[in-house]
Design a protein around this ligand. Structure first.
Ligand code: FAD
Length: 405
């Protein structure tokens, strides 16, 4: 089992009692990550989406981890799910994006807000890795301000008709089903689950011209008179933004956890390089300025992981009492804080790693180059740095100082 991951389990184990089942789950996650590492890098080099995550993830049950046993999952605690995501994050944000959307965002949303019929039809299959899910909130003109969305729904005799465009959607062109958000004429936002084989659904563009994250599918989607039956509403009519915002709490926790993995991989890479690369007659690790880069990454790891772990431990209480307003507010804040800190530190760590690798670090062929390119997105998706800073400041100053919402 990878050394730093083992250390994380050990450190947390000094005050959290992992069960034998938890440890078995984490061992399987480690095996999945080991099996995925080579294909992930090969697909990155070819700049193509990595389909292995679904196959290998299914084989080792990684999509089941946070899903309750009732719906075919393992029902593991948030801290176990965070550790799983940390290990996957060591392979970079590409694999983590698919995993995050599938499990932390969509499955947990369906588990909390979905009807029994939706859970039977979508959640069980997603947990088992039989289907891929996506989450469509962002639009070309509605990103940080999703409530300004232009996608509309109209009620018909037997359901709804949806028209509009969703943009930058992870898993967008590989998903079997998708949680989406649309607005009525009266301005009420409602959430729906749609089947991507339905008439009126199309992939308008494969967004493959990203500056990194090549192994993750991103697409622009078009809905033209897409018919959705009544039973596909998630939550209540007009309460779609509650669904969206609660989904993003899980999504941010997932991104933040993956960022810990990025920092660990940066550290592993520089440690090896510092010992092996010789310049001026000695290993570069013996030059004190290189040691500074290593020390910075090591500090980043420590600064990134504890806010994430603490948020995960608090989430255990939150998951047991989802109506508790104080806990809702605390989780919103803690997940924002954890994501903001971890994503910045992941990108900074990958940047240090590129520097330690020198010219090879700047190559698309180097593992640290991949970490650098992939990790940049973590400061943008699941809420940008700026949006999280506004939320953190509002937590200090109080609701009267909220910049929006
Ligand atoms: C690779 C990738 C995958 C993605 N996957 C998904 C997905 O699966 N599903 C999905 O729904 N979305 C997804 N997104 C979209 C992502 O969530 C948005 O890009 C993000 O929320 C920012 O929106 P935007 O890009 O429209 O930027 P904008 O909202 O236009 O922001 C531009 C800049 O303005 C700043 N800004 C905006 N409002 C304020 C304010 N009030 N105060 C201060 N600064 C502000 C922002 O912080 C940013 O710096 C993905 C994005 C990427 C890049």
């Amino acid at each position: 089992m990878e050394k730093l991951f083992q250390q994380s389990i050990k450190d947390l184990g000094s005050f959290y009692k992992f069960s034998e089942e938890d440890l078995n789950i984490l061992e399987d996650v480690d095996k999945a990550a080991e099996e995925l590492a080579v294909p992930e890098f090969e697909h990155y080099i070819k700049r193509e989406v990595n389909p292995e995550i679904q196959k290998i993830g299914k084989k080792y049950g990684i999509f089941k981890i946070p899903v309750s046993k009732e719906y075919g999952g393992y029902g593991a605690a948030p801290i176990v799910a965070v550790l799983a995501k940390e290990r996957m994050g060591q392979l970079g944000m590409g694999i983590s994006s698919m995993y995050n959307v599938q499990t932390f965002i969509c499955s947990l949303t369906l588990q909390h807000w979905g009807t029994e019929q939706q859970k039977e039809k979508y959640l069980k299959k997603a947990a088992n890795g039989e289907i891929v899910l996506a989450f469509g909130l962002t639009e070309p003109e509605a990103g940080s301000d999703p409530e300004s969305m232009k996608t509309t729904y109209e009620e018909t005799k037997d359901g709804f008709t949806i028209n509009g465009t969703k943009y930058l959607i992870t898993n967008g062109s590989i998903a079997d089903a998708m949680i989406i958000f649309a607005k009525s004429k009266e301005g009420k936002v409602t959430s729906f689950i749609i089947d991507t084989k339905s008439e009126g659904f199309s992939v308008a563009m494969h967004m493959s011209e990203k500056i990194g994250l090549f192994t993750s599918d991103t697409a622009m989607l078009q809905f033209d008179n897409l018919k959705v039956p009544k039973e596909n509403i998630i939550g209540e009519i007009g309460k779609g933004m509650h669904v969206a915002y609660s989904s993003l709490v899980n999504g941010r926790m997932g991104v933040a956890s993956a960022c810990i993995g990025v920092i660990e991989s940066s550290l592993n890479a520089v440690e090896e390089r510092a010992r092996e690369r010789v310049q001026h007659g000695k290993p570069i690790g013996k030059h004190q300025l290189i040691q500074k880069h290593i020390a910075e990454i090591r500090q980043n790891l420590e600064m990134a992981r504890w806010p994430v772990y603490f948020a995960a431990l608090r989430k255990e209480d939150f998951d047991k009492d989802r109506e508790n307003k104080a806990l809702i507010k605390e989780m919103d804040f803690r997940s924002s804080l954890a994501k903001k800190i971890a994503s910045r530190l992941a990108f900074e760590s990958a940047d240090h790693a590129v520097q330690v690798f020198g010219g090879f670090g700047y190559s698309l062929l180097s593992p640290v180059g991949k970490l650098f390119l992939d990790s940049r997105v973590a400061r943008i998706y699941e809420g940008t740095d700026e949006i999280h800073e506004l939320k953190i400041a509002a937590n200090v100053l109080g609701d009267d100082f909220k910049a929006f919402g």
